[in-house]
Design a protein around this ligand. Structure first.
Ligand SMILES: Cc1cc2nc3c(=O)[nH]c(=O)nc-3n(C[C@H](O)[C@H](O)[C@H](O)COP(=O)(O)O)c2cc1C
Length: 176
């Protein structure tokens, strides 16, 4: 059994970047980095870092099904979403994914950051702009443009700090 497994779903590459960063900061060689949608065999591990791209405010069923099937594991989550700088929204994403984790696992926490969105999202915002919703659409367009550079080097640094925090937590648990 592996010590660490980083498992992710990423449609346009943002979450994959975070997954690769998390993987690179895990110690030792007993670890693997797996794309949940393409890699056929998923090895078993003691500690899981499970990542997802946010669609409709949560993870996909592929991810929630996998989470729900785990038992007796230590599990951390990570994800990227279009929305930036909204701790409340990030908490709601964390909650909507972590509810799938059964209570016989140890839940370690989540790292969520912003990720760029496809240009069609910007075109959609522009196409639905009216006199009434113009202020809201302006904010959406502003958020879209801010997302274009994410995940950036600071997001990757935060992902590294997240891994270090989780590793400390695991070590503390092991000494109990
Ligand atoms: C179909 C679709 C639905 C999305 N839904 C949300 C959403 O509910 N909330 C959000 O903040 N971002 C949403 N996004 C933006 C993505 O979460 C964001 O671009 C993410 O970084 C994509 O990750 P990936 O590159 O790993 O696929 C959506 C994007 C797509 C394409």
């Amino acid at each position: 059994m592996l010590e660490y497994l980083v498992l992710y779903q990423s449609e346009s590459g943002n979450t994959k970047k975070i997954a690769a960063t998390i993987f690179s900061h895990l110690p030792g060689t007993s670890k693997d980095l797996i794309d949940i949608t393409t890699d056929k065999t998923i090895p078993e591990a003691r500690v899981y870092f499970i990542g997802f791209c946010v669609h409709c405010g949560s993870c996909s069923m592929v991810v929630s099904d996998f989470l729900g099937a785990l038992s007796g594991k230590q599990i951390a989550l990570f994800g990227t979403c279009g929305m930036g700088s909204s701790p409340e929204y990030y908490s709601s994403i964390e909650h909507s994914a972590s509810v799938w984790i059964e209570s016989d696992n140890e839940y370690l926490g989540a790292f969520i950051c912003q990720g760029k969105m496809p240009q069609k999202v910007r075109r959609k915002y522009e196409s639905i702009r009216t006199a009434e919703n113009a202020p809201r659409i302006r904010l959406c367009l502003q958020n879209f443009d801010e997302a274009l550079t994410h995940p950036d080097s600071l997001d990757l640094e935060h992902a590294k700090v997240f891994v270090q925090k989780i590793l400390k937590k695991i070590q503390a648990d092991d000494t109990l």
